[in-house]
Design a protein around this ligand. Sequence first.
Ligand code: HH2
Length: 292
Amino acid sequence: MESCGQNIVEWPRGRLDFSAGCVVMGVLNVTPDSFSDGGEFFDSDKAVEHGLKMAADGAAIIDVGGESTRPGSDSVSADEQIKRVTPVIEALCKKTDVPVSIDTYKYEVAEAALNAGAVVINDITALSDERMGELAAEWQVPVVLMHMQGTPATMQIEPKYDDVVGEVLGFLLGRAKRAERFGMSKDMIFIDPGIGFGKTTEHNLSLLRNIDKFVASGYRVLVGTSRKRFIGQITGKEKPAERIFGTATTVALCVAAGVSIVRIHDVAEMVDVVKVANKLNPDFPDEVVQRK
Ligand code: HH2
């Protein structure tokens, strides 16, 4: 199996350093209705302040989104998303060197965000709009390809798989090949099983138990478990902000399995978890690469 390459990934406008192991992507939702922090950072100044705090707390990427994709949510127009995210991205890029990613599946939003200074595209539909692949290749920026069954509006109604791990991994490998066909190198492609996106708690747990299979694919893996509902279901914690220890458990186990990026709301806390888990991981990062 092929390795996912060097421990430092560099591209014309950005750089990610995996030489210590896994890194943290901080979540910045410029939305009124996100599932765990909706409304908190809807104001641009508050959003920028929070982004800078996450950078100071050790985030290696800041993921800016202008649309909640929580279960049951409706889509937000490209114009509205652009209005929400571009001032925040512009301000962040002036004030920090930490790379900014844009969390959108809309081509127009991704393009506006790249023009505003974003240097990574996080596409929860994994290039379903093929123009996203062209855009990423043209701008030479990394992409996150996430799996989702259905759409945010309907995905949690009755998610069904015969073999959740095989189907999700198969889908992602197909989309990674699509990205490569646009001329993207393997290093610039991150795959993500899409925890909570058209999955029951049992599906999420199966994916996390088998996350090493995604790592073994040779693509770098990103996982987003932060504060999600399945953690609330297991722990009985109703409020997303109280799911921090449950999140920490998933983060430590993902690091142990060789995941490269964890997508996180509680950055200061999870940076500590990641730092310790990285040190405890005898496999990471060199041998993970060698093992392949
Ligand atoms: N999860 C959310 C949003 N974007 N992107 C990737 N790549 N992976 C994820 O797991 C993922 C994601 C949902 O979390 P959040 O952004 O906090 O919530 P909301 O969609 O309600 O804004």
